[in-house]
Design a protein around this ligand. Sequence first.
Ligand code: NAP
Length: 278
Amino acid sequence: MSARLLDGRALAAKILAEARLAARRAGRRPRLAIVAAGGAEAGSYLKAKLKACEAAGVEAVVHRLSPGPRAKTLGLLADVCASADAVLVETPYPRGLSAADLAAAIPASKDVEGVTDAAYGRLFLAKTWKEASTLAAPCTALALARLALAARVPLAGRRAVVVGRSATVGRPAAHLLTTLDMTVTLAHSRTKGLAALCREADVLVLAAGRPGLVKPSWIKRGAVVLDAGVTVVRGRLKGDAAPGAERRAGALTPVPGGVGPVTTACAVLSAARLSSRR
Ligand code: NAP
């Protein structure tokens, strides 16, 4: 049996329709500032965001911050924040800017990805999905929760295992799955017996960035596998699930075309909602 593919592009289109409605509620075209490192070509993620903004009626303005004295960079970032309804910063962050700098510089009311202490705290205080799903939050984590719902399998009371505990992907994804009433285990590079743990998962979230880490035999038959891993191997994008995962899983996100487009759409929806609340 081959797994049902969870089509990230189709779900992204629905989320962008929600974003379009939120943008209309703002009463004017919302303005999203996207801050990126200076110099580099616009990468595929940035291009995808610009296209998604266009589809949702959100005006995206890209600001390239070139490396320079830290005080100057922070000053430029403050100007960018003042000029927009919503702000997001592409990774890798512009040289000289840390996650803590961004958390301090971006007003919580304009924070698309929930990087500020206030937004991050609010997310973790939310107990239910109804509360959490309306908040600005790390977009890949939101995308993973949306995809778990889109798989249309029972979630409440079932086991989820999240592999990866970063502040922006694994940890908030684990929290969001608890808001969907799943019982969640968060695994990381020091976890013992990872294979056996994964085999217990009804929903298995992969966010380690280790291509092919999770072998088909680690997957419970019929499980939902949500693969956020993206690594370029010999010019091709690879997820954390090894080839053959589709023979064990009941549903699986493809790489590419799974978590990525939904993440982008969640960012645009967050920007439109922040603008409509201003
Ligand atoms: P990260 O900060 O490097 O975190 C990776 C996590 O995986 C860490 O918690 C690490 O454990 C854990 N890990 C590493 N090797 C492991 C192993 N062998 N067994 C178990 N756990 C292991 O990465 P990230 O930013 O969270 O991103 C994770 C992946 O998602 C990457 O491939 C990234 O490209 C991808 N990503 C995708 C999207 C998207 O839109 N699709 C967006 C963002 C990120 P320790 O904490 O112990 O080090």
